[in-house]
Design a protein around this ligand. Structure first.
Ligand SMILES: *Cc1c(COP(=O)(O)O)cnc(C)c1O
Length: 427
């Protein structure tokens, strides 16, 4: 083993990976997840998190007892308050005091509700700002909302010739006509971790509100929404929160703004007294006004065990493990993948990236298909990104070792070259 000048060890071996796993402070959490195929190397927890054992047990109770036995009585035995109760459960992971987070709808729908609410409050300001690296669904939603409000959507381009955001340009784009700045906290392709405090301050200095999409950061990096003075946030629960496919999303509205904002979907679940069945809408006080209709209880209740695992692990420990794992991946990529035409498309500074690393290769799509055939599951993000999601509760150093080793073998052997190019399925 030799060491570089910055003290990092090079020429890692599989034995090193096993040794790091043995010393991994979160190692015990891997057994808390259902792993029917123990050899599967799962590196897509940033798209669909694994299934916690506790979720299987809980869903058995929800189906058999709460639905099967208690039937409609369950609404008064916890179902009606579940969106708010689970919001408060999640709140510590967001750095939010109670009463500001609620589960509701999908991330896309929550974004739509909050963008429309914020632009109404901010009239006559007519500009919405985001950057072109934002998740496309977020951009589509903003295009639609801007059209409805007669507002202009301003898309800030990335740094010239690069894949990373230009945070200075984003700050400058917030002007006296800007109603709202919307950003994803961790970029879905590169994994870039935006400076939440700095950009929130920049929006506020211009009189704009700020909305953060936390889909790729909740459960991956520590968050301090209250301390940063964030106005609004949305995020999904099926990625690092391990809530299950299509699990309901959450939204955050700072206490100070709640009574000043109006949800554009005035459904009965956001009504102050839905069971009075009055004919005039009156928004519920507090965060519940941002919900709309009956939540999907089976999916909603299933988000709790995943949240509990992260609370138990503690986000500081999760972040520390994530940085060690993603740095290991970058070191291996430099050593073994760079000579084969791969480049790291994520920030090299662990402090500037979330919990996934994207490695680019011109044959990226076919390499991902070849990996999946070998039981190694990353995902592909066009045009050439092999995205490796690191969920420290269950991703270990050996998983990373195996993925890199397989990429080396695939490209050296050329087995991917026989596979078809990209079709139209889910990648
Ligand atoms: C995953 C993700 C979403 C998903 O939105 P849905 O409405 O759940 O499909 C939205 N925004 C970002 C930034 C994401 O990463």
């Amino acid at each position: 083993m030799d060491e570089t000048s910055d003290g990092r060890k090079r020429h890692f071996t599989e034995a090193d990976a096993r040794q790091f796993d043995a010393a991994h402070p979160l190692a015990g959490f891997r057994d808390r997840f259902f792993t029917p195929d123990p050899d599967l190397v799962y590196l897509d927890g940033n798209s669909l998190g694994r299934l916690p054992h506790a979720t299987r047990t809980l869903l058995g109770d929800v189906v058999d007892r709460q639905w099967g036995d208690r039937l409609i009585r369950s609404w008064n035995e916890g179902w009606f308050s579940a969106t708010e109760r689970l919001g408060d459960r999640l709140a510590p992971l967001l750095g939010a005091a109670p009463g500001q987070v609620v589960f509701s709808d999908s991330t896309s729908v929550n974004l739509y509700k909050l963008v429309l609410a914020a632009t109404e409050l901010q009239a006559p300001r007519r500009r919405l700002v985001t950057d072109s690296l934002n998740f496309p669904s977020d951009i589509y939603i903003m295009q639609g909302a801007a059209g409805l409000r007669g507002a202009q959507l301003h898309l800030v381009p990335p740094v010239e010739g690069g894949e990373f955001p230009d945070e200075e340009a984003i700050a400058r784009a917030c002007d006296g006509d800007t109603a709202l700045l919307v950003l994803s906290h961790v970029a879905f392709k590169s994994g870039w971790l935006y400076d939440m405090q700095k950009l929130t301050d920049a929006a506020h200095a211009a009189g704009a509100l700020v909305l953060w999409d936390l889909s790729h950061s909740v459960g991956a990096v520590p968050l301090e929404l209250d301390a940063c003075g964030v106005d609004l946030a949305v995020g999904c629960s099926y990625k690092y929160l391990n809530g299950g496919p299509g699990a309901p999303a959450f939204l955050y509205v700072s206490r100070a703004l709640q009574d000043r904002l109006r949800s554009p979907i005035q459904g009965w679940f956001g009504q102050s007294d839905p069971f009075a069945f009055g004919l005039d809408y009156e928004a519920a006080p507090g965060i519940r006004r941002f919900t709309a209709g009956t939540p999907p209880l089976l999916s909603l209740l299933a988000v709790e065990p995943g949240i509990d695992l992260l609370l138990e692990a503690g986000m500081e420990r999760v972040r520390e493990a994530s940085a060690a794992l993603t740095s290991f991946l970058c070191d291996l990529a430099d050593e073994r993948l760079a000579p084969l035409g791969f480049t790291i498309a994520s920030p090299r500074d662990a402090g500037k990236r979330g919990s996934h690393v994207t490695i680019a290769h011109e044959d990226g799509y076919r390499i991902v298909q070849a990996l999946i055939r070998r039981g190694i599951i990353p995902d592909f993000r066009a045009p050439d990104g092999i995205r490796l999601g690191i969920a420290p509760l269950y991703t270990g150093f050996l998983d990373i070792w195996r993925a890199v080793d397989a990429m080396v073998e695939i490209v050296r052997g050329g087995s991917h070259l026989e596979l078809p190019g990209r079709g139209s399925g889910v990648t």
